[in-house]
Design a protein around this ligand. Structure first.
Ligand SMILES: Nc1ncnc2c1ncn2[C@@H]1O[C@H](COP(=O)(O)OP(=O)(O)O)[C@@H](O)[C@H]1O
Ligand SMILES: [Mg+2]
Length: 440
């Protein structure tokens, strides 16, 4: 596992930025732009059942559902959560633990089966409900008996540097702190300008010991560890979204800072051949506490440095945390592009190849070997050259070569050229490059 440096996050400047307008939350707990009328059947959303009812009755039915839902949200908002175990109570301002009422099994017979197995966190703030299966001995015993249950519920032992997977199923993942740590409160409002970006899979800090997120799939680190190799297409949306983050009109752009294989997931199983047909896109996790806005860059000091050594260069770190004000945004931008390029090279290179090893930059941990300003240098440029020829657009080979060779120098000399999507060739793609797209 790669090592991270600088455990302390940069101080988060509080934003007064309102959430994006015309937005609703989606599967990733992002806010989602509403569909344009043309994308939902010429503006008419049809519902066969409602249409079969006389209009007055269907309105009455819709009204009673609406008011029941409103009452439910009021109930959720007012619950003191006292009826549940203390460790399951939410301190997140937008979520409340939903107390389960097992005695209602005559109305909801399926509830009995679910008893003691799931915790729900409902949101009166209109965020999608989160839930996770509780790791309890009966649940594990049942899972052992049932193949489908075993597939659906997996008690995992995956961990990063700060968080450990407590339990996951196909849709959700619950994380606890490693060792005796505690999760810090997260300023959710600060992240609101990022919620329309589909490549970001948001997690919610429910309380000091629990984070819940949509399951974003396998990390690319695990995917490659099982001998996986991915085509460039899976990175197209991610690269475009990172360019969009950098160009965010609010707050001087946003910069991810720790783009790497371990923080990027894809909804594909590790160790299996690629399925036929279109592939899912790679998405970022674990960005919430590292992401920086352009107007925060000047507050940075060397002690705020963080990220992953293999995915940085010393000169980039110097320029971002101690360099002149004018160059910080370009350095933050180039740091993300360098991380993205290394990740794409590693993931598309033949498994175990010299090129993959060069892109993993493990030599950064050995001081005697760590003598170059970037991953690519005179000694290994023959490895990178065929990759550049295959995946870089005509006219941009030199830019990509410089980004891989000395990203800090490229950022200082060409800050206006730090946009990656137009430089790359994503096979068989016809999607236009644009920041204004829907999350669906
Ligand atoms: N949304 C998610 N979907 C799938 N796996 C996840 C998700 N969030 C975390 N993980 C898994 O948990 C590990 C640790 O989570 P992460 O948020 O990266 O913590 P850390 O701060 O310790 O790096 C990840 O490397 C990944 O394996
Ligand atoms: Mg991580």
């Amino acid at each position: 596992m790669f090592r991270s440096v600088g455990p302390n996050p940069a101080p988060a400047a509080h934003s007064t930025t309102p959430p994006p307008k015309n937005a609703s939350p989606d599967e990733n707990n992002n806010h989602r732009r509403r569909c344009a009328p043309a994308t939902v059947g010429n503006g008419v959303v049809s519902d066969d059942f409602l249409e079969s009812l006389p209009p007055k009755r269907s309105k009455r039915a819709a009204d009673s559902i609406k008011s029941a839902w409103k009452r439910h949200l009021t109930h959720i908002a007012n619950t003191d959560q006292k009826r549940h175990f203390k460790e399951y109570r939410s301190t997140h301002e937008h979520y409340r633990t939903l107390v389960y009422e097992p005695e209602n099994t005559d109305i909801y017979p399926l509830r009995k089966q679910e008893r003691d197995k799931w915790i729900f966190f409902c949101s009166p703030a209109k965020r999608p409900t989160l839930r996770y299966p509780i790791v309890a001995l009966p649940a594990v015993a049942e899972a052992e008996q049932s193949e489908t249950a075993r597939e659906a519920e997996k008690v995992a032992t995956v961990q990063g540097r700060f968080k450990e997977v407590l339990v996951s199923d196909k849709r959700f993942i619950a994380l606890c702190p490693v060792a005796a740590g505690t999760f810090d409160h997260r300023d959710e409002k600060r992240l609101d300008p990022l919620r329309a970006i589909a490549s970001l899979v948001f997690s919610a800090v429910i309380n000091g010991k629990l984070i819940i997120a949509r399951n974003a799939g396998t990390t690319l680190f695990d995917y490659l560890a099982e001998g996986g190799q991915l085509p460039m297409t899976v990175f197209q949306a991610l690269v475009r979204d990172v360019d969009c983050l950098h160009a965010l009109p609010l707050r001087g752009g946003a910069f991810v800072r720790d783009i790497k294989l371990e923080n990027t997931c894809i909804r594909l199983p590790a160790g299996e051949p690629l399925p036929p047909g279109p592939l899912p896109s790679a998405q970022l996790i674990d960005f919430e506490d590292d992401v920086l806005f352009g107007d925060e860059l000047l507050q940075l000091r060397p002690e705020h440095a963080r990220g992953t050594r293999e995915c940085q260069t010393d000169a980039l770190m110097q320029d971002l945390y101690a360099g002149p004000a004018a160059g910080r945004s370009a350095a933050a931008n180039a740091l993300d592009l360098y991380g993205l390029l290394l990740m794409m090279v590693a993931a598309t290179a033949p498994p175990g190849s010299d090129l993959q090893r060069a892109a993993l930059c493990e030599h950064r941990q050995v001081p005697e070997l760590d003598v170059h300003p970037g991953a690519m240098h005179d000694g290994n440029q023959a490895l990178f050259k065929p990759w550049i020829e295959a995946h870089v657009q005509d006219g941009h080979a030199e830019d990509v070569r410089q980004l891989l060779t000395d990203p800090a120098m490229f950022a200082r000399q060409h800050p206006e050229r730090l946009i990656l999507a137009p430089m790359l060739r994503f096979a068989e793609s016809t999607t236009p490059s644009s920041c204004a797209r829907s999350n669906s």
